[in-house]
Ligand binder design. Sequence first.
Ligand code: G3P
Ligand code: MG
Length: 243
Amino acid sequence: MENKTKVWAHRGASGEAPENTLEAFELALKQGADGLELDVHISKDGHLIVMHDEQVDRTTNGTGQIRRMTLKELKALNAGTKEQPMEIPTLDEIYAWAQHNTMEINVEIKSDAVAYENIESKCLELAARYGVENRIWYSSFNHYTLDVVKHLNPKARTGILYGQQLYKPWEYAKTVGAKAIHPYYASITGEDYMKACQKAGINVHPWTVNREEDLEKMIALGVEAVITNYPMRAIQIRDAQMR
Ligand code: G3P
Ligand code: MG
């Protein structure tokens, strides 16, 4: 059915599988998610690496900054569990995997803490190489990055990512050519807010909506996508509301 809220799995189905691993993305696909959100950095030798933090310490058995490690060093780490080890994926590998499905992909460019050289053009080139451009939404807390993306490819879809309340984000988004806002879900104040976004032609993709009551509320408000660690839960709530 058209106009239904899409469910995007945040770092994959990360409530049930190790975040930003192929296992988490596969699980989201299996559960029927419409898309996924992932985070991207650049390794020492120039590869686009899928991981949330700037350093590998929290989510792997290794230690160090992604930007100071080679792909080979990163690939030697375990981003899964002891029982089920998983490699840190590259964006290249995710796009190769995406050839076999129709998932939308929200690429969050992690250029807010580290100034990765040419990360915007690298992401765009890779998407073009795999022919997945039309399935991608770029987001970033660094809105200058989104401006760069739009200048490099005016057709690229972007969404401003933010955690605090912004004044009229539906207007501000347009200053960097964004087609969407990616607000922390609690900053969406209600129907007037949604109406203003609709009138401005701006999509609303809140994160990270995990609790049932919050999913119910966001879906009832008619956001275009919810970004959640629990895609199955979100799908059930969305489908129940559509009945
Ligand atoms: O893109 C939504 C969300 O992922 C933003 O915050 O820190 O989880 O990457 P973070
Ligand atoms: Mg993210």
